[in-house]
Design a protein around this ligand. Sequence first.
Ligand code: NAP
Length: 252
Amino acid sequence: MLLDTIPLNDGCQIPQIGFGTCLMPSPDTERLVGTALVAGYRHIDTARYYRNEARVGKAVPPVTCPENRCGSPANCPSARTHVRQAIDASVGELGTHPDLYLIHWPQQGHYAQTWRALQEAQADGRLRSVGVSDFHRGHLERILGDGGIRPAVNCADLGIAVQAWSPLGAGAVLRDRTIASVAQDVGRSSAQVILRWHLRRGDPVMPKAGAGPRIRENLASDDFVLSPGDMTRTDRIDRGERGRSGPRPAAA
Ligand SMILES: NC(=O)c1ccc[n+]([C@@H]2O[C@H](COP(=O)([O-])OP(=O)(O)OC[C@H]3O[C@@H](n4cnc5c(N)ncnc54)[C@H](OP(=O)(O)O)[C@@H]3O)[C@@H](O)[C@H]2O)c1
């Protein structure tokens, strides 16, 4: 299967559908990532914070990814001096170089320094694409104001791809009545409708699923049409900050 890819602002491409591994029960990680790769996923999201890079790495031998498109570890090095150690630890545990390395969270007092260190690592050839996660516009403006390069992800207004973590709202959005109604109309599952909505917007997604049928179902979200009316109905379930499923980063 050939997955659609999204261009990043550094010339690289990212497969639009990825596979998330946060809070995956440890013994299952290697098997589920293996199932995802066999199904056709070529974008896996992990993080040092998830403590599962070694298990993900066992499932992602470099030979599985001749186009070098696997691995999208988010990361949370908390200070500049730790960045090199964090990269070395990730590469050691994954057994391969990640294609995209992110600052997982804008930790106050550290993120600007961490971003400079990531840029140095990219300039040294140790990292390919670098980006950020959970940054507000103010955080982005701060690192760009420092003369930094633009992150490869995460703010459309600034020409940066937006990656949708928890694209199913950690499961909560699956129970939405509007989504169920659209799903019935198009003859697909609620999960596929939500993922299709993201894909049509052009955002890379990384749903997590705990069993093969769901892993394959999520990947098959790109082969049906959502009409403009279905897109608008789905847009309307947006609850802004009230719909957030994760913690809210502090202002810059
Ligand atoms: N950078 C960040 O700050 C950040 C934050 C949060 C998440 N993430 C990334 O985003 C990934 C996904 O987020 P998430 O794990 O929070 O939640 P999610 O992918 O939005 O939703 C996962 C939930 O949906 C269920 N599910 C998945 N596919 C389904 C299907 N086809 N039908 C019915 N239920 C389905 C899963 O159940 P089962 O597991 O039982 O199948 C699980 O309960 C994470 O794993 C992580 O890699 C990044």
